[in-house]
Ligand binder design. Structure first.
Ligand code: ATP
Ligand code: MG
Length: 262
């Protein structure tokens, strides 16, 4: 396993090979191969039901694949899984759910800590995570009383409290306003200075402004560790020419990034 304190962009942090998943006989993921390098920022797009959430859940070990393997930081999935954090697609709380922002973020330490009690270090990491998303001012607030955008920031803080090497986000801006959205992506960009990010989103134009590379997923994965989103990729992924996406959007949708091999 690479030394996590001295990773470079040529170090692989995750390797997926031949991953196939089906539910009740229906194939959802078909022989997915994906190599992820340290400090990658991959945007995954694709149609509804294309298997995006399923792929993230397989990475987390929440579903058992039919075939294939996933290794994380050079270890089998089960041993590497604690280095991956996840912000799920749907995180709703009852308005009266009696748990504070602080408690939600602290729970991000479960799975990392030893023993039953939270240590001073657990609390320090939870506080740092809250500060990073600028939500430390609302730490005593009941989680159900937050706005959608505030809640998303808290869910990111919860994921960060685990000190992950890899952060998976599933449609994190689906319910937030556009003003918040830009700030949210800025936070991700800063986080990407030292952690690897995989982001699922339907919003191609927003994603393409921030991610380093784009993958299309529709049962099969189209990915070349590249900045380019070709019409061919979109057509394969969506199984039809997608005017919604293709119309008016140039062939190359991503700005060149430093240090990324195109
Ligand atoms: N636990 C499950 N049991 C049965 N079928 C499932 C299960 N989870 C997902 N599916 C099916 O697998 C397919 C892929 O679902 P998935 O949630 O991965 O799609 P997605 O790409 O995330 O879609 P969306 O863009 O709508 O979020 C869908 O047809 C879905 O109904
Ligand atoms: Mg989904």
């Amino acid at each position: 396993m690479p030394n996590v304190d001295a990773l470079t962009e040529t170090d692989k942090v995750m390797e997926i090979s031949g991953l196939s998943v089906s539910f009740n006989g229906t194939q959802v993921l078909d022989k997915i191969d994906l190599t992820v390098y340290h400090r990658d920022f991959i945007g995954i797009i694709g149609p509804n039901g294309g298997g995006k959430s399923t792929l993230l859940r397989a990475i987390l070990g929440l579903i058992t694949p039919d075939r294939g393997s996933i290794s994380i930081m050079g270890r089998p999935q089960k041993q590497g899984r604690h280095m991956v954090s996840y912000v799920p697609q749907y995180a709703s709380f009852d308005r009266d759910f009696p748990i504070s922002v602080w408690e939600v973020v602290l729970m991000g330490r479960i799975g990392q800590k030893k023993g039953l009690r939270f240590s001073p270090q657990d609390k320090e990491l939870a506080l740092q995570a809250l500060e990073r998303v600028e939500m430390d001012g609302l730490k005593e607030r009941q989680i159900g009383r937050l706005s959608g955008g505030e809640r998303q920031r808290v869910m990111v803080a919860r994921a960060l409290a685990a000190k992950p090497q890899i952060l998976l986000l599933d449609e994190p801006t689906a319910s937030v306003d556009s003003r918040f959205e830009a700030g949210f992506y800025d936070i991700l960009k800063e986080l990407n200075q030292d952690i690897t990010i995989i982001l699922v989103s339907h919003d191609i134009s927003a994603v393409s402004a921030y991610v380093k590379t784009i993958a299309c997923l529709n049962q099969q994965l189209y990915y070349q560790h590249a900045k380019e989103l070709t019409e061919e990729m979109i057509e394969h992924a969506y199984h039809c020419p997608v005017h919604l996406i293709a119309h008016g959007i140039p062939h190359r949708v991503l700005e060149p990034h430093d240090g990324v091999v195109g």
